[in-house]
Design a protein around this ligand. Sequence first.
Ligand SMILES: CC(=O)SCCNC(=O)CCNC(=O)[C@H](O)C(C)(C)COP(=O)(O)OP(=O)(O)OC[C@H]1O[C@@H](n2cnc3c(N)ncnc32)[C@H](O)[C@@H]1OP(=O)(O)O
Length: 209
Amino acid sequence: MKNIIIIGAGGHGKVVADIILQRRKDLGEDIKIKGFLDDNFETKEVYYLDIPVLGTLDEINKIDDHNTYFIIAIGDNLVRENIAKSYQVKYYTAIHPEAIISSSVKIGEGTVVMANAVINSCTHIGKHCIINTGSIVEHDNVIDDYVHISPDVALAGNVKVGKRTWIGIGTSVIQGITIGSDTIIGAGSVVVNDIGDNKKAFGVPCKER
Ligand SMILES: CC(=O)SCCNC(=O)CCNC(=O)[C@H](O)C(C)(C)COP(=O)(O)OP(=O)(O)OC[C@H]1O[C@@H](n2cnc3c(N)ncnc32)[C@H](O)[C@@H]1OP(=O)(O)O
């Protein structure tokens, strides 16, 4: 039995909890959610589906149990990276049973793949990424660590996305495009040219602003 602790008791944490519960129900995976951790513990009295908030992130170092895995369910890409680098623990990779993923795809630890996402042949996804609901990541993409692909994004073939970049909801990216690191692509954009590092870009066609 794997015990899972979800770091982050916000909206994203709830969706991650749903994935884990669904894997147990649909696939019979031997997993149980132990609870959430959240640094706003004092103000979080929320129990989601009877899952308790156990405490702040300090609790991570107190858990010495080989069957416990963590997953960082925080939308901010830099915060996810900082937590992952601060705590050398076992990270769970959460893939919704209704995601469609080619057997040739590689996915790094701690990544979350939401319902109805499709990831096609030979794509590589890094560590602690979010491949959000209904997104399409086509063949031969290279998605680096800590990236967030928002709901309903479509990345055509051979797209590259650098570390910590956030692709906003409903964006389309044509084939062969490279998007740099630490970049934000605004919601509903259509990316037809490469976008560099540390950019904010949006629109149709997508332009740096
Ligand atoms: C499950 C989930 O919830 S996952 C989360 C999904 N959420 C997203 O994808 C959100 C992505 N974020 C965005 O698109 C944001 O608008 C950003 C990051 C691109 C820009 O944010 P900000 O820098 O705060 O820009 P701000 O809101 O001040 O807007 C500046 C101008 O750009 C325009 N603008 C902002 N975003 C966009 C966009 N995506 N497309 C077109 N125009 C835009 C605004 O209308 C405004 O125009 P104005 O100056 O003529 O009034």
